[in-house]
Design a protein. Structure first.
Length: 265
């Protein structure tokens, strides 16, 4: 397995979550992680501590899942097997452990334990892309915008330029958006949309019906909007990192607004 130390930290972070799911850390559940890292040549105590520190102190769950998603198909099989060993190590698999394990496999495109036949197909489905956002104009025309900027100061300027705004505001946690987040199984993230902060002062923009529907309280949203993801832990705006999730998000949004989206070529 040819992976970076950051990817190893991602594996450690997700594996640690699985170990702690039942509320306690058991030796038999930790053993698969220890055995896995011992397979790497040159894995001394100092290197291992650096991986642990990075996983626990610097990495977010979202970043960890993205790194695992980007792994090679043959490597994903090993990770699927590792996570399955952790969950099954104590001989009892709870409904919560099963559900979280399946979510991780779904998000990261991991094959079934011990099954490498579909790994290549799943990698194709989970192709990592430049972070993507859905721009929905007031007339319903929808297109994809992409940005590699992670810093909010830079990213917010990108989003503002897409909707011809000076500043943007985040719309989050409305009842319709929460329902979409739950349906999409966004691990550690929730769906949001961004609007022109001063849209009420503009006379040159029309009613954005998809935005109004997803605001959900009779308040009219005007102008173009941009759909994005936001992390649960630190409220960081992100794009969508995989092609399959981008398609799924667009489909579910369109279903929720009664097929009002018109996808531009």
């Amino acid at each position: 397995m040819n992976v970076t130390l950051e990817t190893l930290a991602a594996i450690f972070r997700v594996g640690g979550h699985l170990v702690r799911l039942d509320g306690e850390i058991k030796r038999e559940e930790v053993a698969p992680i220890t055995d896995f890292f011992n397979t790497f040549e040159g894995m001394d105590e100092e290197t291992m501590q650096a991986i642990v520190d990075h996983a626990n102190n610097e990495m977010t769950d979202g970043r960890a899942l993205d790194l695992i998603t980007a792994m090679e198909p043959e490597d994903k099989q090993q990770i699927a097997d590792l996570f399955a060993k952790i969950v099954c190590a104590d001989g009892v698999v709870t409904d919560e452990e099963k559900e979280i394990y399946q979510k991780i496999c779904s998000i990261c495109g991991l094959p079934a334990p011990g099954d490498s036949s579909s790994a290549e197909e799943q990698q194709e489905e989970e192709t990592v892309i430049i972070p993507a956002f859905l721009l929905v104009k007031s007339n319903g025309h929808t297109s994809i915008r992409q940005s590699e900027n992670e810093d909010w100061n830079s990213l917010s300027k990108d989003i503002a330029s897409w909707i011809d705004a000076d500043r943007v505001e985040v719309v989050r946690f409305t009842k319709p958006l929460n329902a979409l987040t739950e349906k999409l199984n966004l691990n550690g993230r929730h769906l949001v949309f961004l609007v022109d902060r001063n849209f009420l002062m503009r006379s040159d923009v029309g009613d954005n019906m998809p935005g109004t529907i997803l605001y959900g309280s009779g308040y009219e949203i005007l102008g173009d909007i941009v759909f994005a993801l936001e992390t649960d832990d630190d409220y960081r705006i992100e794009g969508i990192f995989t092609q399959s999730l981008l398609v799924e998000v667009g489909t579910e949004i369109n279903n929720a607004v009664g097929d009002l989206l018109i996808m531009d070529k």
